[in-house]
Design a protein around this ligand. Structure first.
Ligand code: G4P
Length: 551
């Protein structure tokens, strides 16, 4: 079986000195990944089982309890409780088979897709969970598109085989045609629903027997002498013919697993199982250990940064407030890209143009935090933040660097915040500015009308902001729909031309948090009209966090 080349071996040979060799070894055993799925496919269940196998939790039900009971430790997540959805995302670290896993949770609800996108910029691989009864669903399509932007390697887990589900061949066909990614089945189901017997491991010629039950962490494995082994006929008389013909079809289709195609994001190894019954989970972990890439080099504006470089670098991909009401602070989540974090490290904060010291970064386990003693590339550290750090910020030891690749997307929903009590205007502005920095919502200041305009990708973002303004800033605001359909950041090579454009379109222009000019369109037709009328102006639908556009 092919495996990823050991980063440790390659790098240690070249590295000078033991410290660098140690760093290479540590980086080589990191696996930083996220689980993506449509709500209800089984992401929470699989997360929990991965943690259980990794020994990070002792009892099934811990993550599940967190999903429904998180309001107990975080009051603004009342919104989440009411809707039974996962709004916030967090990070979980655990060890398995010599590897250190960083599992980044993503919000399942599509209204928080911006947040999800940012989390996915911080991972090196993703596990896609598909409900075998439902197949490829809407949110999975969107998330996979996001993964494809960075060619993130994807491992597929087809879940709920203990139920009457769709035919496996049909499911693979759907994944290939809808998600446009080649499938390489690694395990193949024997039966389904009440007659689900287990899976046949196509690379190892093994039968992994299915036994229902949440408690069992292990699974019975029997090695076969290929598909012709007569034990298959004895033990699975009803299912063996289908198994043989399906596997023959799959193998004949030339769908064998190729690590290079997987690492390039072009092919996904597929596993079948039942997360709730702990079945197939170990195979996913093994794939992560053996095939998923260790931390990869990251592109900065200046150059690419290699994870085994000695100097510390990292970027902020998420800011979360009030993770715990006892600590009314904000935490900036940073992905380490190179070097080693140790408490007290002094780094350069590029956007602010000054040095800062990180004294007591934290690490997370479910909702518990503890002080981080050390972190290397691939690890996520939580930095206490009182507004100095924003999404997209780079911190680096020594050299001044700016990592690329965390965009804002043009919002599609717009509201104006109107105060019930006009005397709270200062608090409203503060609240909106801070929530904007956190990425909860996008904030625009129209050039003509003074009322702040809020832009969102999903309606729920407004509800979260309204709720947080009330509970955290004591501001009672109502949101009124603004008659705007979409926005575009504008630039032009000719500054006189831009000035002319601004003069002619003032009523439709605003500035974003970084002072960039934004065109607010009432309709697509209106946007098209503006494009035709101003051919020398560029209209962008994304921009990088912290980026001051050359306009
Ligand atoms: P999500 O995070 O992707 O939204 O999904 P979650 O894990 O919460 O799972 C959604 C539902 O699917 C849950 O049922 C869960 O128990 C069930 N489920 C997960 N894996 C399997 C599986 O392998 N087989 C079967 N049959 N069901 C599975 P629920 O009724 O919504 O919640 P609960 O009452 O079980 O907590």
């Amino acid at each position: 079986m092919e495996t990823t080349p050991s980063a440790t071996e390659d790098l240690c040979g070249l590295a000078e000195g033991t410290a660098l060799c140690d760093l290479s070894r540590e980086v080589g055993r990191r696996r930083t990944f996220a689980i993506i799925s449509h709500p209800d496919a089984g992401k929470t269940t699989l997360t929990e089982k991965l943690l259980l196998f990794g020994g990070a939790i002792l009892m099934a039900g811990t993550v599940k309890a967190r999903k429904s009971g998180r309001h107990a430790t975080s009051d603004w997540m009342e919104v989440e409780k009411q809707r039974g959805i996962s709004v916030a995302s967090s990070v979980m670290q655990f060890e398995y088979d010599g590897c250190v896993f960083n599992l980044l949770d993503t919000p399942g609800h599509q209204d928080f897709s911006e947040d999800t996108y940012r989390v996915l910029t911080a991972v090196d691989a993703a596990v896609m969970v598909v409900d075998a009864a439902k197949g490829v669903e809407e949110q999975t399509i969107k998330l996979l598109e996001v993964c494809r932007l960075r060619d993130t390697p994807i491992i597929t887990f087809i879940n709920k085989l203990d139920r009457e589900v769709r035919e496996p061949l049909e499911l693979l066909d759907e994944i290939e045609s809808v998600l446009k990614i080649a499938c390489a089945p690694v395990t193949w189901p024997v039966g389904m629903g009440k007659s689900f017997r287990g899976v046949y491991h196509l690379l190892r010629d093994e039968i992994l027997r299915f036994t229902a039950g949440e408690e069992r962490a292990g699974q019975v494995v029997e090695t076969m002498r290929g598909l012709d082994d007569e034990r298959l006929d004895r033990e699975f008389p009803m299912e063996v013919q289908t198994l043989r013909s399906e596997v023959e079809l799959v193998r004949g289709a030339g769908a064998e697993f190729h690590i290079d195609a997987f690492l390039a994001g072009m092919q996904t190894p597929v596993f079948f199982g039942s997360a709730i019954n702990n079945f197939g989970v170990r195979e996913v972990l093994r794939a992560l250990v053996e095939w998923a890439p260790p931390p990869q080099p990251r592109a900065a504006v200046e150059r690419a940064v290699v994870p085994t470089e000695k100097s510390f670098t990292g970027f902020v991909f998420k800011i979360q407030a009030n993770m715990d009401p006892n600590h009314r602070d904000r935490i900036a989540f940073m992905r380490v890209c190179s070097g080693r974090y140790e408490p007290g490290i002094k780094v350069f904060h590029r956007r602010a143009g000054r040095q800062m010291k990180i004294a007591n970064a934290v690490t997370f386990m479910a909702n518990e935090r503890s002080i981080m003693e050390e972190a290397v590339a691939g690890d996520i550290i939580g930095i206490h933040n009182h507004g100095q750090l924003q999404i997209g910020d780079t911190l680096s030891e020594g050299e001044s660097l700016t990592f690329k690749g965390i965009p804002y997307f043009a919002p599609e929903l717009f509201s104006r915040a109107r105060l019930r009590d006009p005397l709270r205007a200062k608090q409203l502005n503060k609240g909106l500015r801070e929530l904007g920095e956190e990425g909860a919502i996008q904030v625009f200041e129209p050039m003509v009308d003074g009322t702040i305009l809020l832009g969102a990708v999903g309606q729920l973002q407004f509800e979260v902001v309204e709720h947080r303004l009330r509970t955290e800033y004591g501001v009672d605001a109502v949101f009124e729909r603004a008659g705007i359909t979409t926005a575009r950041w504008v630039t032009t090579e000719d500054s006189a031309h831009l000035a002319e454009f601004v003069r002619a379109n003032q009523a439709r222009l605003a500035r974003d948090v970084d002072g960039n000019v934004v065109y607010l369109a009432e309709s697509r037709v209106n946007l098209q009209f503006a494009r035709e009328r101003w051919p020398k102006v560029h209209f962008h639908n994304t921009r990088e966090h912290g980026q001051k556009l050359e306009a």
